[in-house]
Write a protein that binds this ligand. Structure first.
Ligand code: ITT
Length: 195
């Protein structure tokens, strides 16, 4: 198996500008970042049934196209009372963030169990058929209505455990310390430090 060495640059296998900003803010440091958008205009289709499947598809595709170490993020919101929905389908649960949030709140109307979890699976793909997986989870509750304007996606309705405000109200500094993405990337950071 190919040995992983400290990369000078990493290609981010995402087209979501909010994710790119969060990844850069959390990882920081001396690494240079490129994005799959710098190499190719088309997106890879996410057809997998798990975050790992989809993250691997994006990471392998980006590595193949760029020929450089690539880092993919597949993430989603898993709501207990909805049997884990929207989960892997979080990005496709409606045509825009507003519609997705409205759909979730409607499905949870009169539901007392508001428990939910954000999960992220990062895959670092650094040589042909060779990769490492990093996972992160942030538990919390779904708010009764959207609050706040920071962040993206379901942030206005997600209240992380131990807080009373939503991610969108708490702002990026707090979110980037406690989020699912932060937890997975702190593991990835440790892995890079040990190379
Ligand atoms: P890429 O595939 O290009 O990375 P994407 O936005 O389509 O971008 P995903 O397929 O991983 O990414 O979908 C994740 C969706 O889950 C995302 O679009 C949001 O709706 C939601 N999500 C994930 N992380 C989130 C976060 O930190 N805050 C709010 N919503 C989040």
């Amino acid at each position: 198996m190919a040995r992983s060495v400290k990369p000078r640059s990493i290609v981010l296998a995402t087209r979501n500008p909010h994710k790119i900003a969060e990844i850069k803010a959390i990882l920081g440091g001396r690494i240079q970042y490129e994005s799959i958008g710098d190499f190719l205009g088309i997106s890879v289709k996410e057809a997998g049934r798990t975050l790992v499947d989809n993250s691997l598809t994006k990471a392998a595709f980006t590595f193949k196209v760029s020929g450089k170490p690539s880092l993919a993020d597949d993430s989603g919101l898993f709501i207990e009372a909805l049997d884990g929905k929207p989960g892997v389908y979080s990005a496709r649960y409606g045509s825009d963030d507003n519609e997705r949030i409205t759909k979730v709140l409607k499905q949870l109307a009169n539901e007392k169990n508001r428990r939910a979890s954000f999960k992220a699976v990062f895959i670092y793909y650094y040589a042909p058929n060779t990769y490492a997986v990093f996972e992160g989870e942030c538990r919390g509750m779904i708010a009764d209505e959207p609050r706040g304007s920071s962040g993206f996606g379901y942030d206005p309705i997600f209240i992380p455990k131990g807080y009373s405000k939503t991610f969108a109200e708490l702002g990026e500094k707090v979110k980037n310390r406690i989020s699912h993405r932060a937890k997975a990337l702190i593991r990835f950071k440790k892995y890079l430090t040990n190379l």
